[in-house]
Design a protein around this ligand. Structure first.
Ligand code: SAM
Length: 326
């Protein structure tokens, strides 16, 4: 079948395969093909492939071994992989049990299968999980060459936002001063620091901040990362007027933190403002709120209006990249 593949010279094959595997980008159900001194590595998401790799459409055979969950079940289940944990979202208990059993019996290197048991909730945005297999909710997840230790039962983390985080991280320049107001375990902070920015991350959830510190060490960027536990409105006065870049990933409530954001903003700063709004006007409320908080002290210009994903029927999760210039 035709599939998106990274094409690479044979001699760079193993390094490339390892690099793509670290970011969980290899399509496990398809074979890697060698042809005319080129290796074709089938991938799951062409947009997520790091810069510098060539992506082409190529014919690759499907794996013959019946070792994927779909081969065992006879249908394609929906799941997300987070390190060696597999997350599913099934209301029907029997179907959830069947999917978990198939995942465990498959070739996936899986320790735990969890089923969503609640929406994300409260200030820390953590959800409840039913444990269907295994008992460990802590793992190390790899994303674009970064490693994130986390406990999915105690912190917020969504592997679905990997492409969006990478889009933002690519904009970061060395020596920038970046501030993540709702940092979690560091999926923005760590890649920013790996691009040589100086980064501050705050979070209300003490457990997330402990993981953020651990992840800074794990990725060798602890000298460029400052992690602060507590409410960002009360813990960051020493960073007033400081930031060249701000991340505000607290959709639904980010508007309530815009006064703090403007206080943190330096003379020229880009804010990545995440929001969830009705599809009829997904960007308008965010832009209005940012202008109300920042003008007339700052000129406000919207650089990007990005539809990140659908959140619920008629509701979109969006991002505004907004430049504030004093
Ligand atoms: N940026 C991370 C990510 O993309 O995975 C985490 C985003 S999560 C949607 C929002 C985070 O904001 C949670 O970890 C929560 O604990 C934190 N949070 C909520 N209210 C906060 C506040 N007042 N000050 C600091 N952090 C807060």
């Amino acid at each position: 079948m035709k599939a998106p593949c990274v094409r690479v010279e044979r001699e760079r094959g193993e390094t490339t395969r390892r690099e793509l595997a670290e970011s969980d980008l290899i399509a496990d159900d398809l074979e890697i093909v060698v042809e005319d001194d080129w290796l074709y590595v089938p991938i799951t998401d062409p947009d997520a492939v790091p810069d510098g790799f060539k992506v082409v459409e190529h014919d690759v055979p499907t794996r013959e071994t019946p070792d994927m969950p779909a081969d065992i079940l006879g249908f394609e289940p929906t799941y997300e992989r987070l390190g060696d944990i597999v997350l599913i979202d099934e209301d029907d208990a029997e179907r959830a049990r069947d999917i978990a059993d198939a995942i465990v019996a498959s070739a996936f290197p899986v320790k735990t299968v969890l089923n969503r048991a609640s929406k994300i909730k409260g200030k820390t945005r953590v959800r409840d999980w039913d444990v269907l297999a295994g008992d460990v909710t802590e793992t190390v997840h790899r994303e674009y060459g970064c490693e994130f230790a986390l406990d999915v039962a105690r912190v917020y983390f969504s592997p679905r936002l990997a492409t969006e985080r990478h889009r933002v991280a690519k904009q970061v320049e060395p020596d920038e001063r970046a501030f993540d107001m709702f940092a979690g375990v560091g999926p923005f902070v760590i890649p920013f620091a790996k691009r040589d920015a100086r980064v501050v991350g705050t979070d209300l959830n003490d457990v997330a901040v402990e993981y953020l510190r651990e992840n800074a060490r794990l990725n060798g960027v602890e000298d460029r990362v400052t992690a602060i536990a507590g409410d960002v409105r009360e813990t960051t006065s020493e960073y007033e007027d400081w930031a060249d870049r701000l991340v505000m990933n607290l959709p639904h409530s980010a508007d309530k933190f815009l006064d703090t954001a403007v206080a943190l903003t330096g003379d020229d700063c880009v804010i990545h403002y995440y929001d969830i709004q009705h599809e009829d006007d997904p960007f308008g409320p965010g832009e209005t709120a940012i202008r109300a908080a920042a003008e007339p002290e700052y000129d406000v210009s919207v650089e990007t209006r990005r539809d990140v994903r659908s959140y619920a029927p008629h509701e979109l999760n969006v991002c505004l990249d907004v430049r504030l210039t004093r």
